[in-house]
Design a protein around this ligand. Structure first.
Ligand SMILES: Cc1cc2nc3c(=O)[nH]c(=O)nc-3n(C[C@H](O)[C@H](O)[C@H](O)COP(=O)(O)OP(=O)(O)OC[C@H]3O[C@@H](n4cnc5c(N)ncnc54)[C@H](O)[C@@H]3O)c2cc1C
Length: 451
């Protein structure tokens, strides 16, 4: 029986007219070019695809939305999970069962009906499963911790073609590994995740003119030491293009954008942000009460597919030289436009969850990300700017976060820095147990250990 006969969804080869649409995702610079694509409709299709690939020694790539493509498939089998769109909310248990193709916006919508919210991130169009397998740093992270620490169960097809439901009791080692290094161990078909009782937020953004970048970074850095865990914040340093879709006050300007999500009372939120507002005039000030369903407006990430490359660093502290480094290397006069983002960590992110996971660097105080627009894989001048900023903060860098390891930076050595050395050895040993042939290597890969 051919693979197409065993799979309910489409099975596409490069000559098929729908091949390009099926392989294309949000990331435009790195694109999968597999020998076959399986448009999976459920776990049975995933199992058939994995068995087919394993039988022929072909690598398996997985794509839900294409936001996090780390290593593009060149040959092999791509499992596109976008059709796996089931969501079930249990308002009593405060959980959601979410299939592999679902984006956060769907879970946010379904949970909101019960006054609940998922631990989603800045962009509602990111996929739930890819985001969570790499840790998941969300808008409410300082209060609740990493999204991966709020996974109750993982449904997965492993390299041996077995469908498993893995949780803290059943296969605890694999459960530990899946939450932080998950893509290495199979194709996840669904997750059961916690929901939290949040329906509204005090949040939004303060947009300051680029001249204030040193003041904003210095003030935000001091201020983060004073805020409660219920307040999660970040800063984006963004060169806005001079385009009609950009709000007029930001058009063509280099901007410092402070992003806030606070689950306490509105009056307390107003009081907490007063020192930031006092920094100077805002180009735009969107802070106020909002339903969680509008939380995507806080960071206002781009929604149009484009090519991008970037790197990240988990920092012990913000160096006093940061503003100078950012402006010199990635500022408004940089040879290529760069976006730098800082996230305040700590709070629940620094606490170990009751069921341990593979997530590392819980002692980091900030995450720095540097991104630039690129039009394809391979070397280009653009790639060096984020790397130079990462070099400048190296003395304060504890390691990397897997969710933001992209493209050429997705080397074995870089991925190793995402984990504590002991955990990395344990992950490599588990990889040898569950995927000794490294079928699942088109990701932030951890090669199986030799013994
Ligand atoms: C605009 C933007 C905003 C972001 N915001 C945040 C944020 O706030 N917090 C955060 O933590 N991250 C954030 N990210 C990073 C994001 O979480 C990762 O890129 C994540 O991998 C995206 O998952 P995806 O399914 O959307 O993308 P895809 O490219 O479809 O998948 C990414 C990778 O995840 C793995 N994967 C996906 N589905 C499965 C599956 N079913 N089984 C096994 N492996 C799978 C595969 O390795 C795949 O290559 C953001 C990324 C972008 C582009």
């Amino acid at each position: 029986m051919s693979l197409a006969d065993r799979v309910r969804g489409p099975v596409l080869a490069p000559a098929d007219p729908d091949y390009d649409a099926e392989r294309t995702g949000f990331q435009a610079a790195y694109q999968h070019r597999p020998a076959l694509i399986v448009g999976a409709t459920g776990p049975a299709d995933v199992r058939s695809a994995v068995e087919y690939a394993a039988g022929r020694g072909l690598p398996v790539a997985v794509q839900a939305t294409g936001h996090g493509l780390a290593v593009a498939a060149d040959g092999g089998v791509l499992v596109n999970t976008a059709r796996m769109s089931g969501v079930r909310v249990d308002p009593v248990a405060r959980t959601a069962w979410v299939q592999a193709g679902v984006r956060w916006e769907r879970v946010i919508h379904e949970a909101a009906g019960y006054g609940l919210a998922p631990l989603s991130g800045s962009a509602p169009d990111v996929g739930v499963v890819g985001y969570t397998l790499g840790g998941g740093l969300g808008l409410l992270s300082r209060e609740y911790g990493y999204t991966a620490d709020h996974v109750r169960a993982v449904e997965i097809v492993t390299a041996d073609g077995r469908e498993r439901r893995v949780d803290a009791e059943c296969d605890p080692d694999l459960f530990w590994a899946l939450r932080g290094a998950g893509a290495n161990f199979g194709v996840v078909t669904a997750l059961e995740i916690d929901l939290v009782p949040v329906s509204t937020l005090y949040g939004g953004g303060l947009y300051f003119a680029g001249e204030l970048v040193p003041d904003v970074l210095a003030a935000w850095s001091e201020w983060t030491a004073t805020v409660p865990d219920e307040l999660t914040s970040g800063v984006g340093l963004v060169p806005y293009p001079d385009l009609p879709m950009v709000p007029e006050p930001l058009r063509g300007r280099y901007v410092a954008h402070v992003r806030i999500a606070y689950t306490g009372a509105v009056q307390d939120g107003e009081r907490l942000v007063a020192p930031l507002r006092a920094l100077g005039p805002r180009l735009i000030d969107t802070l106020g009460e909002m339903p969680y369903t509008e939380s995507g407006s806080i960071t206002a990430d781009p929604t149009m597919p484009h090519g991008y490359y970037g790197t990240n660093a988990m920092l012990s502290e913000l160096p006093s030289s940061l503003a100078t480094s950012v402006l010199e290397l990635t500022g408004p006069d940089a040879p290529v436009p760069c976006v730098v983002q800082l996230n305040h960590l700590g709070g629940a992110l620094s606490r170990r969850p009751s069921v341990p996971s593979a997530i590392a660097h819980r002692d980091a105080s900030y995450l720095l990300r540097a991104l630039t627009v690129v039009d394809g894989p391979g070397p280009s001048e653009a790639r060096s700017a984020p790397g130079r900023l990462a070099d400048a903060v190296a003395p304060w860098t504890l390691g990397r976060s897997p969710n933001f390891v992209l493209g050429e930076s997705s080397t074995v050595e870089q991925v190793r820095t995402c984990y504590h050395p002991d955990d990395y050895a344990r992950l490599a040993a588990l990889k040898a147990t569950y995927d000794g042939a490294n079928l699942f290597r088109l990701n932030q890969n951890i090669p199986p250990s030799a013994n």
